[in-house]
Design a binder for this molecule. Structure first.
Ligand code: ASP
Length: 403
């Protein structure tokens, strides 16, 4: 029998899960454990994968000059695409004006939301860990990345006796991690089935919400679609000289996983595998750009934060001046960099924007109910942008890709 391609298996699992969750909401506990195990397995991979991939990536990049050039390109791509995403959102939210007349009755309490007390400055300072093991335990991605880059860089500065040994060691660990990743990927359809069935069985009535918050959802979805299907493909095609349609097909498994899990961090192992094996980007580039991207490049998140903050302002009848809108844009950009690649990370970050422009934090309660479906879409956008960035940077470094 011909084997069904993995992305079709995932898509079928997704559709079956929607049916299962809707028809047998009380039986979902018999299948949700599959999602649980799958998510745990993905999370288990992240830290050893990030650590070994960045260290081996940075050592393979070699000279400080080369590393500097790659960092510059990577950051430029991240800032430019996130800004374009935010501006798309800002344009649509000002045109559609979804907040005026929004149903305030849908407001929910935000007590459970872990509203952040950390200022942006503190977030930046905390990139430098005081205890690297604590950073591992607390999943502090930025700190782990910072340490890994430093470690990789200085491997190249020591005696060749030591540096050769360490290079071999981390390259080998990375190879093993990728093999485990390939093994876990095989279970994606089962994992997706468990995750989505549980979500559907516990999600509030979407039809009811669509009536009350429909315009908000449409604004976010339209902006994400424009960014994912027009802006990013154009950049990929004309700047990267990469075929975006082919690359999109190559990315189907990680994109569907990002959509189902709402976590770009959890999807990272699959993203790395697809960009490297399907689109042919070298390990040197993927291992540096993708872990960074999963943590700091969040186009969908940046866009969402901007639209949500503007929506909340409109719902409260507050007219934001151009200067205040500029603050929203800048804060959305910075907080999207600081946001973790985990479900609902945006919600916490939106409170930072609201504080900056003096809006009530409870405003977040207005969008709480529709956050999950929008989170699925923005996470897929985040992962898509990371993967496009990897191909563009690889091409600019003279690599020959399969796309
Ligand atoms: N869930 C998103 C991600 O992992 C972050 C967010 O909440 O926007 O990429």
């Amino acid at each position: 029998m011909k084997k069904i391609a993995l992305h079709w298996q995932i898509l079928i699992a997704l559709l079956l899960a929607v049916l299962f969750g809707a028809i047998f909401p009380n039986q979902v506990r018999y299948v949700s454990w599959m999602g649980d195990i799958f998510m745990r397995a993905l999370k288990m991979l992240i830290i050893p994968l990030i650590l070994s991939s960045i260290i081996s990536g940075v050592t393979n990049i070699g000279s400080a000059e080369h590393l500097g050039r790659l960092t510059f390109k990577t950051f430029s791509y991240y800032v430019i695409t996130s800004t374009l995403a935010i501006l798309t959102g800002l344009f649509l939210v000002n045109t559609i004006v979804p907040g005026t007349g929004a149903d305030m009755g849908l407001m929910q309490g935000v007590d459970n939301l872990n509203i952040t007390k950390e200022s942006l400055g503190q977030t930046l300072i905390h990139i430098v860990p005081t205890n690297i093991f604590q950073a591992f335990v607390d999943n502090k991605m930025l700190s782990i990345i910072f340490f890994a880059i430093l470690f990789g860089f200085f491997i190249n500065q020591v005696d060749s006796k030591h540096s050769n040994f360490l290079k071999e060691l981390f390259n080998s660990i990375f190879e093993v991690m990728m093999k485990i990743t390939l093994f876990v990927i095989k279970f994606t359809p089962l994992g997706v089935f468990g995750i989505v069935a549980l979500q559907i069985s516990t999600s509030p009535d979407l039809i009811q919400l669509a009536i009350g918050l429909g315009k908000f959802m449409i604004t976010v979805i339209a902006a994400l679609v424009i960014h994912s299907f027009i802006t990013l493909p154009l950049i990929t095609k004309f700047i990267g000289k990469v075929n975006p349609i082919k690359h999109f097909k190559n990315m189907s498994t990680p994109l569907l996983t990002a959509f189902s899990t709402s976590s770009s961090n959890a999807t990272l192992p699959l993203t790395m595998e697809a960009v490297e094996n399907n689109s042919g980007v070298s390990n040197k580039i993927t291992s540096f750009t993708l872990p960074l991207g999963a943590t700091i490049n969040m186009d969908g998140t940046a866009l969402y934060e901007c639209v949500a903050a503007m929506f909340i302002a409109q719902a409260y009848g507050v007219e934001l001046s151009i200067l205040q809108q500029f603050i929203v844009v800048m804060t959305a950009l910075l907080t999207s960099i600081g946001a973790a690649g985990i479900p609902m990370a945006s919600l916490v970050m939106i409170t930072v924007i609201l504080t900056q422009v003096g809006l009530p934090l409870e405003g977040v309660g207005l969008i709480l109910a529709v956050d999950r479906p929008l989170d699925m879409l923005r996470t897929a956008t985040n992962v898509w942008s990371d993967s496009c960035g990897a191909t563009i940077i690889a091409k600019s470094e003279g690599e020959i890709l399969k796309v």
